[in-house]
Ligand binder design. Structure first.
Ligand code: C5P
Length: 227
């Protein structure tokens, strides 16, 4: 078999992107972080005050979609692609807790999903991709040759995210991260359009007690078996 499509879905902060990036590099595939796309739309909505703590201006968000240009540009130095929103590198801004707090609400909007799913299908058309997200194996590429559903306990996930944000210099508490992880799980799993669920034929991968190297080796082996 030639190049395949690898779909990695799962709960937030399961370390999907770290492992997906590593896998893409080992296979010489393209890595696509679909969460970054939802995050960039959220950043745009925040910048334009279309979303706030107790309100969403869904109409304004939907109307503005035609003005949003999203692009991934490969950064040679880092060895992965970075997200550009209307020509500006927003890699740092989209990873803040502020964006994490609102992103699941933006991801509930049908029109947002339709636009991003369309872009994702185009990006993955030629295969040879590792795409991570919440609906890749269920909606974007239901025929992906390898589907993985990643999970870990909410406490482990929150702790990993907490450490990551502290290292980046954000002032956050473990409790607020745990709350955010639980909230996103709930919204992502119960939304009307493309809720997060395990795709048919997906391998469940619980990495609560697994180091990075072990995760990589296991997934790499799954991929090699299919390719
Ligand atoms: O993967 P990441 O945590 O960066 O994703 C941020 C949010 O974007 C998720 O909590 C989810 O609400 C949304 N998302 C989605 N579908 C995807 C990828 C992300 O709804 N394919």
């Amino acid at each position: 078999m030639g190049k395949i499509t690898i779909a990695i879905d799962g709960y937030s902060s399961t370390g999907k992107s770290t492992i997906a990036k590593q896998l893409a590099k080992a296979l010489d595939y393209v890595y696509i972080d679909t969460g970054a796309m939802y995050r960039a739309v959220t950043l745009y909505a925040l910048q334009n005050k279309f979303i706030a703590e107790h309100s969403n201006d869904t109409d304004a968000i939907v109307e503005s979609l035609s003005k949003i240009n999203l692009e991934f540009a490969y950064n040679d130095r880092l060895g992965y692609s970075e997200m550009y929103l209307n020509g500006v590198n927003v890699e740092k801004e989209i990873r803040t807790l502020e964006v994490s707090k609102y992103v699941s609400r933006i991801a509930e909007i049908k029109e947002v999903r339709e636009m991003l799913v369309g872009m994702q299908r185009e990006m993955g058309e030629a295969k040879g991709v590792v795409m991570d997200g919440r609906d890749i194996g269920t909606v974007v590429f239901p025929n992906a040759e390898l589907k993985v559903f990643m999970t870990a306990s909410p406490e482990k996930r929150a702790y990993r995210r907490y450490k990551e944000l502290l290292e980046k210099g954000e002032e956050v508490t473990y409790e607020e991260i745990l709350k955010n992880v639980a909230l996103r799980d709930r919204i992502d799993s119960s939304r009307e359009f493309s809720p997060l669920r395990k795709a048919d034929g997906a391998i469940t991968f619980d990495n609560s007690d697994m180091g990075l190297q072990e995760q990589f080796e296991r997934l790499h082996n799954y991929a090699k078996r299919v390719i």
